[in-house]
Each structure stands twice: as structure tokens, then as C-alpha cells.
Ligand binder design. Structure first.
Ligand code: BTN
Length: 237
């Protein structure tokens, strides 16, 4: 993975560029990295703050031979790879919060956005967008994020080498992705659960249509969260 890298100084969104490249037929493993995004996108139509030279803003193109329903598994796999890379490069101990936020000391340092193009019942490409707050100082964040967002350097007290972090993420991703293609999701699920903080706790899950509150029971084999509401009804989200 990452053998073909498109490195940019500034883009609207690496997701957008990766979608176009995928459509043009570039090979699996192609990576788009940018120093800055002017209109970075987050989940649920939110924006993603991506200032210059401070973070890792990148999108990876995968082309697994799988049905579209398996795509959420790749998000969880990516969360595990980034968590392992952060541990390796910084020594920090991140937690994963369902579905794909990575928190350090309870504040969000990483977001993952997975989007796919599918035809009939087959994935054509999956674009995995990764946003990592690396060398931000607290005043690089907009005020409304101060209490909920953080960066690796804030938590570590020193700057982190972004190239080294990207390299480590790609190595971990490659390793997990190969394992996943050979042995399926189960080994990845175990790793994900070992880093997850939400399972067994009451959570409020945001969905496109609103919020759902209940007990996070675990994840299914497909990588879907099972949430039990107060009427003991299980929702799959
Ligand atoms: C989230 O809402 O938590 C997901 C944030 C994903 C941000 C990354 S940064 C690189 C890629 N390009 C984008 O526009 N978004 C993703």
C-alpha cells in the first residue's frame, strides 16, 4: 500500500481527489496526501478542520473483492492500524470510540471517513480518508473544539515526525489488510475490541437521522455496532 503516492501542497479534500483517481482506474493502494485541505470533510456531512503542515490528511484507495456490506470492516481495520502506529511512533495509548474515532485522554485526535463506489453487489473501490491531528497547538483548533479535540503533540509535549507516522500507518494497514484478506474479520475484530472503550457502556450514537441511546453490546461479524435500547430492542448501526 502507498506505493503510488500523490503528494499535494493544498487540495479541497483528499477524498475528492481519491474518488476521481479511483474512477480513472488507478491501482489498489494508491494514496493521496496533502499538507492542507480547504474543505476537508467529516462524517455525517460535517466539515473537518485541516490546517497546513500540522496534520496528516490522506485518503487511501482499496479494491477488495468483497460485497459492499463488508466495507464497515475496513473502517475498523483502519482504526486499529492507526492506533498501533500512534502507539509505535509516540508511545501514547489511544482508545477507539465507536465507530472510528481515536481518542487520547478522552479527546479526539483522529477521524476516519470511509466511502465506497460499488457496482451491482461488488465493491469497485473503497476510499479510506484519515485525518490525524499531529502537531497542532490548542489555538490551531477553532474555539468550539477546544474541549473535545486534541493532537498527538499536545498529549506528548513534543512534535511528532509526520512522515514517520505515515510510514508506520501504511505498514500496519498493509499487515492487517493481508491478514484480513487471508483469515477474514475475526482477528481484526479481536484487536479492535481490545482498544475499544465504548463496548459494555451506555452510549449515544449519532446517525444520519438523529441519535440513539443505549448499551453498546458489541460488534457483529460484519463490523456493525449492536446497541440495546431501554426497551431491550437491539439496533444495528
Ligand atoms: C470524522 O468525521 O471523524 C472523519 C474525518 C475524516 C477526515 C479525513 S482528512 C483526509 C480525508 N479527506 C477529507 O476531506 N476527509 C478525510
Amino acid at each position: 500500500l502507498g506505493r503510488q503516492v500523490h503528494f499535494k501542497e493544498s487540495v479541497t479534500s483528499t477524498q475528492k481527489i481519491a474518488h476521481q483517481l479511483a474512477y480513472d482506474g488507478v491501482p489498489e493502494g494508491t494514496l493521496v496526501v496533502s499538507e492542507e485541505q480547504t474543505t476537508g470533510r467529516g462524517r455525517l456531512n460535517r466539515s473537518w478542520h485541516s490546517p497546513k503542515y500540522t496534520g496528516v490528511w490522506m485518503s487511501l484507495i482499496l479494491r477488495p473483492n468483497l460485497p459492499p456490506a463488508k466495507a464497515p470492516q475496513l473502517t475498523l481495520l483502519t482504526a486499529v492500524a492507526i492506533t498501533q502506529a500512534i502507539e509505535e511512533v509516540t508511545g501514547l495509548r489511544p482508545d477507539i470510540k465507536w465507530p472510528n474515532d481515536i481518542l487520547i485522554n478522552k479527546k479526539k485526535a483522529v477521524g476516519i471517513l470511509t466511502e465506497m463506489q460499488a457496482e451491482a453487489d461488488k465493491i469497485n473501490s473503497v476510499i479510506i480518508g484519515m485525518g490525524i491531528n499531529v502537531n497542532h497547538q490548542i489555538d490551531h483548533f477553532p474555539k468550539e473544539l477546544h474541549s473535545i479535540a486534541t493532537s498527538l503533540s499536545i498529549e506528548l509535549g513534543k512534535t511528532v515526525n509526520r512522515a514517520e507516522l505515515i510510514q508506520s500507518i501504511l505498514l500496519h494497514l498493509e499487515n492487517l489488510y493481508e491478514r484480513y484478506l487471508q483469515h477474514g474479520f475475526y482477528p481484526i475484530k479481536l484487536l479492535w475490541e481490545s482498544y475499544a472503550i465504548s463496548i459494555g457502556k451506555r452510549i449515544i450514537a449519532r446517525t444520519i437521522t438523529g441519535t440513539l441511546e443505549g448499551l453498546a453490546k458489541g460488534i457483529t461479524e460484519d463490523g456493525i455496532l449492536m446497541l440495546e435500547d431501554d426497551q431491550n430492542c437491539i439496533h444495528y448501526i
